[in-house]
Design a protein around this ligand. Structure first.
Ligand SMILES: *Cc1c(COP(=O)(O)O)cnc(C)c1O
Length: 414
C-alpha cells in the first residue's frame, strides 16, 4: 500500500470512529444533559419499587404534537372544562371528553358528574377534601371531622392539615386496612363526617373495607351529613378494567368523589390525574365569580396543563378499554407470579387482595439500591421490609432475574 492511501485509510477510520462517538450520546449540544438521559434509560430497566407504568405509549403523540405546530403554542386550561364555553386557547373540549369517558367507568352518570384532569393524585385528593369540607359546611353549617386510616397516603394528612381541618387518624390492622371498630369508637356523631377511603394504603397496598365502614356510619342516625372521598391514585387505574370494578363504583360504594393518578396505571409520562365528583357536590361549592375567565371558578388551581388531557385523550383512542383490560389482567397475573416465586425460594412475602404491591423481607442494601425498592418497617412482619409494585414494565423475565439474585443470597445470613 502506498503511503498516501495508507494515510487516507487511517483518516477515514478516524472519521468513522469520531462520528460513531458523536452518535452515541449527542441528543443535544449539552453533554451533561445527554449523559443524564442515558443514565435514566439504564435506571428504568430495574425500576421496581414505585407505582408508575414505565411503558409509555406516547411516542407517536410527541411526533404528532411537533408536526402539528402546537409545540410553539402556549396553551392553558385555566377555567372550568365541564361548564360553559371552552377557554379559547385551551384543550377544554378534549378534557371534557376525557371526563365523560371515565365517568361511567367509576359509576357516575354523564348528567351527574363534574370533573377535571388534575396535576396529580395529590391534587385530586386536595379537591376531594376541599369539596367535601365545603359541601358539608354548606349543608349543615357545621365544621366537619376528617377520618382517614393511619396507613393511608400521607397527602391526605398533609392536606387536612393545610386546610385546617379537624383530623382523626384511625388505626389500621396488620395488613393495612382501617379497623372498622376503631372508626366506630372515634366517630363524633354530633358533627358532619368527611371520610377518606385508602385505596390502597401506601406500603402494603390495602383497600379499606368500604361496605363495612359505610354500614357503621349508617348505624349512627344522628350524624348530620356524610361525605366520602376515595383516594384511588394507583388502584383506581386498573380496578375499573378488572372483575373487581364494583370497588371503584360511585353507586355501589356510595362515594361522592374519587381521585386517580394519570402517571401510574395509565402511563402518562409525567404527573397528572383525574378528579370526579357528583353534580350535587359541585353545586354546593362556594362561588367565586371570575369575570376574566367567564365564569365560576370552583376548582383550586387557575392555570392548568392543556397537554395532559390531550395525552389522556390519545391513550383512550390508542389503548382504550380493551388494552387496559389486558394490562390489568397481566399485572394481576404477574403479581401472583412474583409472590409464587418468592414463596418458592422461602423468602417471606405478602400481598393484599386486589393489590399489585408485593411486600417482603428487605433484601441487602445493594439489591434495594439496584432495583429502587421502596422500604418499610413493621414488627408484625419481622421488621425491615421492601416492596415491588408490579406495573406494566415488570415482566415475568424481569421477575425471574430479580428472584435469581435473591436466590443466590437467600441461604446466607444478613
Ligand atoms: C401515589 C398515591 C398518591 C399520590 O399521588 P400523586 O399522583 O403522586 O400525587 C396518593 N394516594 C395513593 C393511594 C397513592 O398511591
Amino acid at each position: 500500500m502506498k503511503k498516501s492511501t495508507h494515510l487516507q485509510h487511517l483518516a477515514a477510520c478516524l472519521l468513522l470512529l469520531a462520528s460513531a462517538q458523536a452518535a452515541m450520546a449527542q441528543y443535544s449540544e449539552y453533554p451533561k444533559l445527554n449523559e443524564w438521559a442515558d443514565r435514566m434509560k439504564v435506571a428504568q430497566q430495574t425500576y421496581f419499587g414505585y407505582p408508575v407504568n414505565e411503558k409509555s405509549e406516547l411516542k407517536d403523540f410527541y411526533e404528532w404534537y411537533t408536526k402539528s405546530g402546537l409545540d410553539v403554542i402556549n396553551l392553558n386550561n385555566a377555567g372550568d372544562p365541564m361548564t360553559g364555553e371552552p377557554f379559547k386557547m385551551s384543550s377544554h373540549p378534549f378534557e371534557r371528553e376525557v371526563i365523560n369517558y371515565f365517568a361511567p367507568l367509576y359509576g357516575f352518570d354523564i348528567d351527574n358528574v363534574w370533573g377535571l384532569v388534575t396535576h396529580s393524585g395529590t391534587d385530586g385528593n386536595n379537591h376531594g377534601i376541599y369539596f367535601g369540607a365545603n359541601y358539608l359546611k354548606n349543608k349543615t353549617h357545621m365544621e366537619p371531622v376528617v377520618y382517614v386510616s393511619d396507613e393511608a397516603h400521607y397527602s391526605n394528612m398533609r392536606l387536612a392539615h393545610l386546610q385546617n381541618l379537624d383530623l382523626r387518624l384511625i388505626k389500621s390492622d396488620k395488613m393495612g386496612r382501617m379497623i372498622p371498630e376503631e372508626l366506630d369508637k372515634a366517630l363524633d356523631v354530633t358533627r358532619p363526617v368527611l371520610i377518606i377511603y385508602a385505596m390502597g394504603s401506601t406500603f402494603k397496598g390495602a383497600i379499606d373495607d368500604m361496605e363495612t365502614i359505610n354500614a357503621i356510619i349508617d348505624k349512627h342516625k344522628k350524624i348530620p351529613a356524610v361525605y366520602r372521598h376515595v383516594d384511588a391514585a394507583l388502584f383506581g387505574g386498573y380496578l375499573p378494567f378488572s372483575e373487581h370494578k364494583k370497588m371503584v363504583n360511585h353507586k355501589a360504594m356510595r362515594f361522592e368523589s374519587i381521585a386517580i393518578s394519570g402517571h401510574k396505571f395509565f402511563g402518562i409520562d409525567s404527573p397528572c390525574g383525574l378528579f370526579l365528583c357528583t353534580r350535587e357536590v359541585y353545586d354546593n361549592q362556594d362561588n367565586f365569580n371570575v369575570t376574566y375567565l367567564n365564569g365560576n371558578m370552583k376548582m383550586i388551581n387557575c392555570s392548568r396543563d392543556a397537554i395532559q388531557p390531550l395525552k389522556f385523550w390519545w391513550l383512550i383512542q390508542k389503548v382504550g378499554e380493551k388494552g387496559w383490560t389486558e394490562q390489568a389482567k397481566r399485572i394481576m397475573e404477574n403479581t401472583k407470579y412474583l409472590k409464587q416465586q418468592l414463596d418458592k425460594i422461602g423468602w417471606p412475602a405478602w400481598v393484599n387482595t386486589y393489590s399489585n404491591t408485593v411486600f417482603f423481607r428487605r433484601p441487602p442494601a445493594e439489591i434495594v439500591k439496584k432495583y429502587t425498592l421502596a422500604q418499610g418497617h413493621d414488627d408484625n412482619f419481622g421488621g425491615d421490609l421492601a416492596h415491588i409494585v408490579v406495573m406494566q414494565h415488570i415482566t415475568k423475565d424481569k421477575i425471574d432475574g430479580f428472584v435469581a439474585e435473591l436466590t443466590s443470597i437467600s441461604g446466607k445470613n444478613f
